[in-house]
Write a protein that binds this ligand. Structure first.
Ligand SMILES: C[S@@+](CC[C@H](N)C(=O)[O-])C[C@H]1O[C@@H](n2cnc3c(N)ncnc32)[C@H](O)[C@@H]1O
Length: 372
C-alpha cells in the first residue's frame, strides 16, 4: 500500500503509520475511535452541524465566543469536557485538552496514539493535542492537517465544502451492462487527504489517488488504514503517473477521473511562498489537466472537475468534444466563483452550462444537478 520513499520528508511518524497499516492495527484503532465518538453522527451532533466538514468552522465560531467571554480561564475552561466530546474536540476541533482526560477516554489505545504520534503533549505533559485532524465522513476516518494549520506549502487540506461538492457529483455506480464492479477503475487526481475516494468506498474495483504533496499522500494512506479501506492506493505524482517508470500494472485506463483542483494563481491574490499547494496552483495546471485527461479515459469514461470558474463562463465548454455539463454554485458577483464540470468524451456533442442556487438544507452539489 505504502511506498516508503515518498513518506520520508514527513515530520510525523510515517514509518510507524506504515507498519500499523500493514498489520491491520490501524483498522482496529479506527473502529475503536469511532465507537468512542469519532463517528459522523456523533460529530455532527456534538458540533450542531449537518455536514461533518462544517464542524471545525462551527467550532471555531463557538470558540471565539467562549474565548471572548472567558479569556482568563483559557484553556482550563475545557478541563470538564463531557466524555462523548473528547475525541471530537481533540481530532476535529484540534483543541488542547488535559492529557489525563484523553488517556482515560481512549484507555489501552493511549500508548498506540502516542507511538503513532497522533497526539503530542505540552512540555509539562499536562495538555494533549492532536497532531492531525481526523474527520469522520460516512464510515471513513479522513486524516489531514488540523484546521488551524493554514499556511505552509505542504499543508494537507482539512476537508471543506469543495470536497463535499465533488463527492456529491460522483456517480452512484460505475459498472454498467457487461461490466462488473471488479473491473472498474477510478483515478482521483489531487486527492489530498483522500476524502473523495474514502467517502465512496466500493464504488470501483480499483482506485488510485494521486497528489503532488507527499505529506498529503501519507495522511491519505493513514486515513485509509484507519477506515479499513484496502482497495484504494495513494501515490505521489504531478497530476497522474506520467512516465513509464511511474506506471504499474493496473494504472488506467480509468472509467472515472475526478479532480478537486486548486485555484489558479491569477484568479486570486495569492498569499506568498507559504501559500498551501492545495489552495493555489499554477495557471497552467487546469489546462494541462484538460489537455491530457482524455487520453487516460476508458471508453465511455467520464471526468469530474471541481474548480474555479471565470465570471465569463467556463472555457472547458468551448473546446471539449462530446458531452460537457458545467454548473456554477457560487452566486453571481461573489468571487472567486466555483463550480463543477462533467465531461464525457464519448457522449453526444452537447454543452450545458448553468448556475444553481444552493440552500442551507441542500448545501452541496448533487449528481442529479450535474447530470439531470
Ligand atoms: C483543493 S485541494 C483538494 C484536496 C482533496 N481532493 C479534497 O477534495 O479535499 C487540491 C489538491 O491538489 C493537489 N495538487 C496541486 N497541484 C497538483 C499537481 N500538479 N498534481 C497533483 N496534485 C496536485 C494539492 O496538493 C491538493 O491536495
Amino acid at each position: 500500500m505504502a511506498d516508503p520513499s515518498d513518506c520520508e520528508p514527513l515530520g510525523y511518524a510515517a514509518a510507524a503509520w506504515r507498519r500499523a497499516c500493514n498489520t491491520g492495527v490501524l483498522t482496529g484503532l479506527g473502529r475503536r475511535l469511532q465507537a468512542l465518538g469519532l463517528s459522523e453522527r456523533a460529530v455532527t451532533q456534538c458540533f450542531g452541524v449537518r455536514c461533518p466538514g462544517h464542524a471545525p468552522r462551527a467550532f471555531r465560531a463557538r470558540l471565539g465566543r467562549i474565548a471572548a467571554s472567558a479569556a482568563k480561564s483559557w484553556p482550563p475552561v475545557f478541563e470538564t469536557v463531557p466524555p462523548a466530546a473528547v475525541l471530537p474536540y481533540l481530532f476535529v476541533a484540534g483543541l488542547r485538552l488535559p492529557a489525563e482526560c484523553v488517556a482515560r477516554r481512549v484507555g489501552d489505545d493511549w500508548p498506540l496514539l502516542r507511538e503513532l504520534a497522533l497526539v503530542s503533549l505540552s512540555a509539562d505533559r499536562i495538555l494533549a493535542q492532536a497532531t492531525v485532524a481526523i474527520l469522520p465522513v460516512g464510515r471513513a476516518l479522513v486524516v489531514s492537517d488540523r484546521a488551524d494549520r493554514e499556511r505552509g506549502r505542504d499543508t494537507a487540506l482539512i476537508c471543506d465544502d469543495s470536497a463535499f461538492h465533488t463527492i456529491g457529483a460522483v456517480p452512484g455506480r460505475l459498472a454498467g451492462p457487461g461490466r462488473d464492479r471488479a473491473g472498474t477503475r477510478w483515478l482521483d487526481v489531487g486527492t489530498g487527504s483522500g476524502i473523495v475516494p474514502l467517502a465512496r468506498p466500493g464504488l470501483a474495483g480499483s482506485v488510485l489517488g494521486t497528489d503532488i504533496n507527499p505529506r498529503a499522500v501519507a495522511m491519505a494512506r493513514l486515513g485509509a488504514g484507519l477506515s479499513g479501506i484496502s482497495d484504494v492506493t495513494f501515490r505521489v505524482a504531478d497530476l497522474w503517473p506520467g512516465t513509464r517508470s511511474d506506471r504499474v500494472p493496473g494504472d488506467g485506463p480509468w472509467d472515472l477521473i475526478t479532480f478537486n483542483a486548486p485555484i489558479p494563481d491569477h484568479a486570486i491574490l495569492a498569499g506568498g511562498e507559504d501559500e498551501p499547494l492545495y489552495r493555489v496552483g499554477p495557471a497552467d495546471l487546469l489546462p494541462r489537466f484538460w489537455a491530457g485527461v482524455g487520453a487516460l479515459l476508458a471508453p465511455r469514461g467520464e471526468v469530474i472537475v471541481h474548480s474555479w470558474q471565470p465570471e465569463s463562463g467556463y472555457p472547458a465548454c468551448l473546446n471539449l468534444p462530446g458531452s460537457v455539463s458545467a454548473i456554477r454554485y457560487t452566486p453571481r458577483g461573489v468571487g472567486p466563483a466555483f463550480g463543477l464540470t462533467l465531461w464525457r468524451p464519448d457522449g453526444p456533442d452537447q454543452c450545458r452550462s448553468m448556475a444553481v442556487t444552493l440552500t442551507e438544507n441542500a448545501s452541496h452539489v448533487t449528481r442529479a444537478l450535474l447530470d439531470p
